[in-house]
Design a protein around this ligand. Structure first.
Ligand code: ATP
Ligand code: RIB
Length: 310
């Protein structure tokens, strides 16, 4: 049995590190440039695989120079290639701009990710139904995600939906069929139309979704950690104090590592604590996947930050 099937996007990242963003019509010189593998689906798949999960990744790459590099990257990280398809055209690409405060601005050009249709999933039923968890994000079409949720229900495989990037057309009826729903504060505001500036506002928005049938809401709060809300309780899982240099892909590392720890048998609260630790380590390094430690690398990194084992 596969531990986790991630259904989603991949992007080739073109990252510029700059002291400031140019204003309209202005040209300025930036400090550094790096390329790397990214995309929310791929990042989550890689995080889980580096921690030791058996991961299937259902995704589409283009037949351009980036597509084969993506496939090689999955293979090197031990991800099954059975769900990876190639189509004619360009792969997904993400120009990213990171400022000195570690914040980022990201553009995505979906390319081949547009070809990850519901019909593609129908060719991957065996992979999907033999998984412990299906993991979804929103860099592919909502229709494909809805179909994945239906397949999860049909084959009794729990589904985690990470609604990133935000899409205000997301149908909450489908969300209530998932086991885990993991927006950040901004995505929560988009979905509920409610303010999410203070913790009280975030809780009110979260409970409005629980009342509509959402089972486990996990709201990521950046350096503050995460809030877990279900029908019976709400609980803050505090973040770790680290020096952040680049938060790109932090949310994905949190989701991928949570998926790993949860399918490895941990209780939800414990898996969230471990995911907070894993994600905190990733913001101390540049890039998204480049910053994701393996199971073997993690203990030494945590020790550097003197984090307690939870
Ligand atoms: P992104 O879109 O940049 O991937 P996100 O908005 O989806 O991120 P965040 O809430 O910013 O997600 O971060 C996800 C998780 O990463 C947090 O819940 C926390 O565990 C960890 N994290 C993020 N930023 C920091 C930080 N500065 N220090 C420590 N941990 C962090
Ligand atoms: O969540 C971060 C990811 O969003 C980056 O890897 C970038 O490629 C975009 O897909």
């Amino acid at each position: 049995m596969t531990d986790i099937t991630v259904i989603g996007s991949n992007m080739f990242e073109l990252t510029t590190y700059t002291d400031r963003m140019p204003v309209q019509g202005e040209t300025i010189e930036a400090g550094e440039f790096e390329m790397g593998f990214g995309g929310k689906g791929a990042n989550q798949a890689i995080a889980a695989a580096r921690l030791g999960s058996a991961v299937n990744f259902i995704t589409m790459v283009g037949d351009d120079e980036f597509g084969q590099q993506q496939i090689d990257n999955y293979e090197q990280n031990g991800i099954s290639l059975k769900g990876v398809g190639t189509c004619h055209g360009s792969s997904g690409v993400a120009p990213i701009f990171v400022d000195p405060s570690s914040d980022n601005r990201i553009l995505i050009i979906k390319g081949a990710n547009e070809q990850l249709t519901p019909a593609v999933l129908d060719h991957q039923i065996e992979l999907i139904k033999n998984s412990k968890l299906i993991v979804l994000q929103q860099e592919i079409s909502l229709e494909t995600n809805y179909h994945a949720i239906e397949l999860g229900q049909k084959y009794q495989v729990p589904v985690l939906l990470n609604p990133a990037p935000a899409n205000d057309h997301l149908n909450i009826d489908y969300v209530s069929k998932t086991t885990f729903f993991t927006p950040n504060e901004t995505e929560l505001a988009t979905l509920t139309g409610m303010p999410t500036t203070t913790l009280d506002e975030i809780k009110a928005a979260a409970y409005s979704l629980v009342e509509r049938g959402v089972q486990n809401l996990i709201i990521t709060l950046g350096s503050k950690g995460a809030l877990w809300v279900d029908h019976d309780h709400d609980e803050i899982i505090p973040g770790m104090k680290v020096k952040a240099v680049d938060t790109t892909g932090a949310g994905d590392s949190f989701i991928g590592s949570f998926a790993h720890y949860y399918t490895d048998g941990e209780a939800i609260g414990t898996a969230l604590r471990h995911a907070n630790q894993y994600a905190a380590m990733t913001v101390t390094k540049r890039g998204s996947q480049k910053s994701y430690p393996s199971k073997q690398e993690l203990p030494a990194l945590l020790a550097q930050y003197q984090l307690q084992k939870v």
